[in-house]
Structures are given as C-alpha cells and as structure tokens.
Design a protein around this ligand. Structure first.
Ligand code: FAD
Length: 692
C-alpha cells in the first residue's frame, strides 16, 4: 500500500507511543501492522485471512499478558471487558487486550502461560443460554469430552483466570453462563483469581455489582501476579487524525454507513448482525387509542434481501440518535463547529478495534455509532474527572465517581445521559479537554434493539411485523421527558410514512433519510436473530400463551399461523391466549384482528383478557390464569406448550408462581413437587419464555 501523508502521521503517532513504552522497558509491537485492528468493514472477521485464532500466539506476538474475553449480546459485557482492559493497563501496567470469544479457538488453552491471565466477562442470555458469540466456546468447554491439543492432565493447570457474569435474577437460570464456565474451568484444573462476580440486571444493580466486584479482584490479581499499582494514567487507545483533504462529499467518507458495501452501494448480503439490511417499511400504524401512549405496528419488507425468518424469531433494529441529543453532545464537547470535519480513527495498538468505519465525521460517529443517550456509568465519571474544566468540577466529579450513594442521589431521578450529566455537573460549562479517544472508549457502541416478530413466516414470509411500545417517561421536575432511542426513531418513521414530512415525535428530530439519503423512502437497517421460541411442530398440540402488553407480539404470529393452518384444513389444537392491558378502549392492540382469527379458528381459539384499570381491583394475566387453573392443568397434562412473553421483572415470575400453585392443587402434590414439575417443563421446552 502507498504511504500517504496520513499514514506517515499515523506512523509518527504510533512510533511516539512505542518510544514512550520502550523507555519503560515495554514493547507493544505495534509498528508491525498498525492497521491490523482497524474496523473491518463490518463483516464477520473471525476467519479473515492471516488472522490467528490462536490466543496464545496472538498474545505472544502482541506482547500481552492479560486477555479479557467477552460473551456479549447487547454490548454491556463487551463494554465491561474493555473497561477492565483499560483499568488493568492504567492502574497496574498490565498489557491487556480484549477478545471476542467468537474469534478464537480454545483447544490450546492448556498452553496458556501461567504468568499471564485470562478474564472472562460472560453474559447469560434468555433461558440460561450463552450469547451468540459465546456458543462455540461454551459448547467446547462444557462438552462431554473436552480435548486439548497437548493432552496435559489436569489440562488447564497453568491457566489463571478471572470471571464476571452478567445476568438477571428474574430468570430461572440466573448467571448460569459464568457459573457453568467457572465450574468447567475449575474442573479442568484452572485457577480462579478472586471471586466469580455476578451482576444482576433484574435488581438494576449491574453496574454497582461490577464495580463492587472488581476492586477485590484487582487486589487478588495484583498479589498473585506481583503487580504494583501505579498512579492511573490515561493513555488513549485511538488516534484521531484530521483528514484535511477530504470533505463529507468525498466518496470514501462514511457518513453513517455501517460498512463498506453500504458505502459503495454494493450491498448484496448475506445480511446478519455484522451487516444489517436496509429494509423498507411497507406499512406502519398506531395500535393504541390513548392520548399519551403509543404503540407501533410496523411491517418490514425483506423481499429484496436473502433474509428469512421463522415464527417466534427476533428482528433487530439499528436506530439513529435523535438530533437534539447529537447537538447537545457535540456542543458540550465543543465539537459542533467541527461536526462535519473528516477524521480517521486508528487503533494505537494492534488488539484494539475501532468500533465504526472511518474516515468519517464527528457528526456521523455521534449520530450513528455511539450510545449517547444511555445512563451514565460511574466508572466513566471517574475517568472523566481528570478532564474537568475546573478544579472545583474535578473535585465534584471525583466524589461522584467514588461515592456510590452520592452518585445515585444526584443522578437517580434524572434519566441523565452523558452530555446532560456533565452539563449538570459543570453548570453548563463546556468540556473541552476530554480526548475524543476517551469518549469513544467510554461509551458503548450504539446497539441494535430486538423485537419479537409479531407475524407468522408461513403467512407473510417476506414481511416481518414489529409491535413496539414507544418508550417515553415523564421525569419529575424536568420539562422534557425521557425517550427511548429506537422506539422514538421508529415512531418518527411511522409519522413520516403516514404523511408527516418533518416528524417530530415528542419534539425529537431524526436524520430519517439516513447517510446520503440511503434510508429514504422509509427504510431502517435490520437483521434477524433466530430464537428457540417456537410453536410445537405438530399443529394439533394445544398451546397456552401468556402475553400482556407487547408481550403479545410473538403470539400474534403464532395465532396468525394457526388461523391459516385451520383455513387450510389442518387440524389445529386448542389455542389459549391470556392477554392483558390497561383498558379495552385504549391499549387493546389488534382488537379487530383477534376477531378474524376467532372466525378462522372457531372454538379452538380463546382469548382471555385482563384489563387492569377497568374494575375496582387491578386484574392481571396471572389472576386470569389462576381462574382457569383446572383447564390449564388439564391441557398441560395433554402436553400443551406453555409460553410466556413480555415483562421479565414481575409478570414472568408471577406466572411461574401461579403455575406451580395450580399444578400443586390440580394434581394434589406438594408445592415442592409442583416446582420440580415446572422445572422439568422448562428443561424439556414445554415451558418457553421470551422475556425482556
Ligand atoms: P432505550 O433508549 O434503549 O431505553 C430503554 C430503557 O433503558 C428506558 O426505558 C430506561 O428505563 C432505560 N434508560 C435508557 N437511557 C436511560 C438514561 N439515560 N437514564 C436512565 N435510564 C435510561 N419491546 C417491544 O416493545 N416489543 C417487543 O416485541 C420486544 N421484544 C423484545 C425481544 C427481546 C428478545 C428483547 C431483548 C427486547 C424486546 N423488546 C421489545 C424491548 C426492546 O428491545 C427495547 O428495549 C425497547 O423498545 C426500548 O428501546 P428504546 O431504544 O426505545 O429505549
């Protein structure tokens, strides 16, 4: 490749960094291939030519002594992994790298040197499953006859590891991923350092659980590896290079395009989590008739792609940040004037990855690639204290970063995002000293949001339906309420499609036509995620579905499917749906459609409703389930599949409790025995959950 000015500048930056390290007697090896870690145009890059899947070799050649593997679905585990990497480096001088579990093989873990450490940050997904990127690792490690290349015994005696899990205690298999991996590693002779941490999203304490776990872990690790703590120094991971020769009009500049094929307009698929399809929305409408609440129905047309789905799958939507928050963010960091300047972002060391394609603009990064609206992490607050505009603000930031209670007292009710938070702390003063690299490192990548597909793939194979409630919450004492990122963006798309040229849902504006107008004509980037939430293969089997609110989404698909089967003369089993909402006149979604399905299915289909705000007492689906105890128990004895979808925090747990009760009473067994029955139903997939 030619060396242009940029390359020389970048090499210069890198060489300086290297020299700095050499003086400390350390060598990063970064001159070898300064671009090795650049964003790989969004394609699955695990098997890229020339890239090793051997972690021991990778660490050796890049001079690392600590690898942090992550198993991540929504980006949090990945974020925690990179935070550990940064902290290990800045506090203890560890040579850290972050690694996607999907990108490495594990049969040589038995050659992992004993003077290095492997960390595992592992989210548990759904029913105790590994995240998509951790499936192979998990299957390998917990498999019947796990075999390593060297055949040592015990195989992993040299492996020192650290483990943290991200879970949700409202699920049956709480943090099962980290628990099972920890168990498997121990069994194979590996040595855990510190406790295996567990973060609980169900209790809303994930971040605090992580922070509370990591300090004793670092202490244990420091003692084990003989590390000395030093004054934490911030070292940027990314170099930002102004590309003066380029403008936003230059063809090679990414203005929000998610990968190279999108940039070049040559995108043919395959479409997946690394390469979303920019799909037209063929239809959209409002499902509620309430004044202050909205629920969207959207039909996404996938006929122009190779995408397919099965009833019960999930669709992921890639959102765009709202204009007002992009402006606030750029303004606070004094980037507003530079917003359309073209920059390249380069990883300053070979194992780091730039989380978006470049060259690009500040505007595009903030609008399309960073989660700028999310809650503020206390750890990030600590990091940013060093860059405060004044000593006074620095002191306040340090206190906020260190004092958990103070932090929660100050942030609790506000729904602050990072820009709102910093602006509140500095009383509006701009934050001009934060290196842009620190911002990229400290914020999560903008994540796609998942929706349970609400259509049947046999009825509409090329049209995926979404049923999404628009997130909007009033914040006490603040004029403008909190708004969810993806749902308000979709809301704007719906308004535009229905004739509003400049939609402003709740005052928000979006770049609806996307980068270079590529989303024009109401398009949205999507991909499909296959799930295990499935109808029984035999349509004659009875099914019981519990789906209050948007939890009814996949059941619309299930029932649509069974109505079609019935029309086609297939023998369809009993189809019992428990649905709940506030009022039959406000948020009873798809009301007229259920009547159509009723006609097609006759007495095979019954919808049991619970309207919580219509009577003197609040009635929820679990109460209705109890009223139908006898019938439900009988259907279960006939091997009916039992499905729960929607709110993980309360509803799913209460439904589980009612089920235990009705089985105990119906079968004359103890609660304990009934609990075992329910557990068995779960493990045999008779009981399936799709909760969030
Ligand atoms: P976000 O911006 O992501 O905010 C979500 C929530 O996070 C807020 O309500 C708030 O509680 C919190 N939050 C965000 N930012 C802040 C802040 N700055 N301060 C404090 N709190 C904050 N939803 C549906 O409507 N229908 C479905 O069919 C559906 N299916 C799903 C299936 C799966 C498998 C999963 C995982 C989720 C599903 N969801 C579904 C939920 C959906 O993915 C989104 O989470 C939801 O639509 C909200 O997205 P959002 O971007 O609008 O909100």
């Amino acid at each position: 490749a030619e060396l242009d000015t940029l390359d020389i500048v970048v090499l210069g930056v890198i060489l300086c960094g290297t020299l700095a390290y050499l003086t400390k007697g350390k060598f990063w090896g970064i001159v070898k291939d300064p671009y090795a870690s650049s964003f790989q145009n969004g394609t699955a890059n695990a098997n890229r030519a020339g890239r090793t899947r051997n972690i021991v070799e990778k660490m050796e050649e890049s001079g690392k002594n600590c690898v942090i593997f992550y198993g991540s679905q929504t980006g949090t585990a990945e974020d925690y992994a990179s935070r550990l990497a940064k902290e290990g480096k800045s506090r203890f001088g560890l040579e850290t790298m972050v690694a996607d579990l999907e990108e490495y093989d594990f049969d040589n873990l038995d050659t992992f040197p004993s003077d290095k450490v492997a960390m595992f940050v592992l989210a548990t997904y759904g029913e105790g499953e590994p995240t998509d990127n951790a499936v192979e690792f998990y299957e390998f490690l917990t498999g019947e006859d796990v075999a390593f290349s060297e055949g040592n015994d015990p195989a992993l005696e040299n492996l020192n590891y650290v483990a943290f899990g991200l879970g949700n205690n409202t699920y049956e298999h709480y943090n099962s991923m980290v628990r099972n991996v920890d168990k498997a590693l121990t069994k194979l002779g590996a040595h855990r350092i510190g406790d295996a941490g567990e973060g609980d999203d169900g209790a809303g304490t994930m971040e605090e659980d992580f922070l509370a776990w990591k300090d004793p872990m670092w202490a244990a690790l420091a003692s084990k590896m003989g590390l000395e703590e030093r004054e934490a120094v911030y070292e940027p991971i990314f170099g930002i290079v102004d590309r003066e020769g380029l403008t936003p009009e230059s063809a090679e500049v990414y203005l929000g395009e998610l990968n190279k094929m999108q940039l070049e307009g040559t995108n043919k698929g395959p479409f997946n989590a690394h390469n979303p399809y920019i799909a037209p929305i063929s239809e959209s409408r409002e499902l509620f008739s309430a004044k202050d609440r909205n629920c969207l129905h959207l039909d996404v047309d996938i006929s122009g792609s190779n995408l397919s789905y099965q009833t019960g799958d999930h669709i992921a939507v890639w959102p765009t940040n709202p204009g007002a928050e992009v402006d606030r963010f750029l303004d606070l960091f004094e980037l507003a004037e530079k917003r359309n300047n073209v920059i390249s972002v380069k990883a300053l060391e070979p194992t780091a990855k730039v989380p978006f394609p470049t060259p690009t603009t500040y505007d595009a990064i903030v609008r399309y690639h960073l989660e700028i609206c999310a809650p503020v992490s206390r750890q990030f607050v600590s990091t940013l204290a060093a860059f405060a505009p004044s000593e006074e603000i620095k002191a306040e930031m340090t206190r906020l970063g260190n004092d958990k209670d103070y932090f929660h007292e100050k942030t609790g009710p506000h729904f602050y995002n990072i820009a709102r938070f910093l602006s509140a702390v500095s009383k509006g003063e701009k934050w001009t000293k934060i290196p842009f690299s620190a911002i990229i490192e400290g914020l999560t990548k903008l994540q796609p949001r998942y929706y349970s597909i609400s259509s049947s793939s046999i009825v509409q194979p090329k049209k995926i339906s979404i049923t999404a409630v628009v997130e909007s919450q009033t914040i006490p004492g603040r004029g403008d309420p909190f708004r969810g990122v993806a749902t308000n963006y979709l809301f704007a798309l719906k308004q535009k499609q229905n004739g509003d040229e400049n939609p402003t849902p709740f005052g928000q504006t979006y770049e609806i036509t996307g980068p270079r107008n590529k989303y024009d004509g109401i398009h949205v980037p999507v991909h499909v995620r296959h799930s295990n939430f499935k109808l029984p293969s035999d349509p004659a089997k009875p099914i019981i579905m519990i789906g209050p609110g948007t939890g009814v989404a996949p059941f619309r698909g299930f029932i649509q499917e069974r109505a079609k089967q019935a029309k086609d003369g297939v023998n369809v089993g009993r189809t019992l749906l428990f649905f709940g909402c506030r009022k039959s006149t406000e948020d009873f979604m798809y009301k007229s459609e259920w009547e159509e399905y009723q006609e097609a299915l006759g007495d095979k289909f019954e919808m049991v409703t619970a309207f919580s705000r219509e009577g003197p007492k609040k009635v929820y689906v679990q109460h209705r389930l109890k009223e139908r105890a006898q019938e439900v128990n009988e259907l279960l004895l006939q091997k009916a599949s039992f499905y729960v979808c929607g709110d993980a925090a309360n509803m799913a747990r209460e439904v589980n409790a009612v089920l235990v009760q009705l089985i105990a009473e119906g079968r004359g067994v103890t609660e304990q025995k009934a609990e075992e029955v329910v557990k068995m139903m779960r493990s045999t997939n008779q009981y399936q959950e799709d909760v969030w």
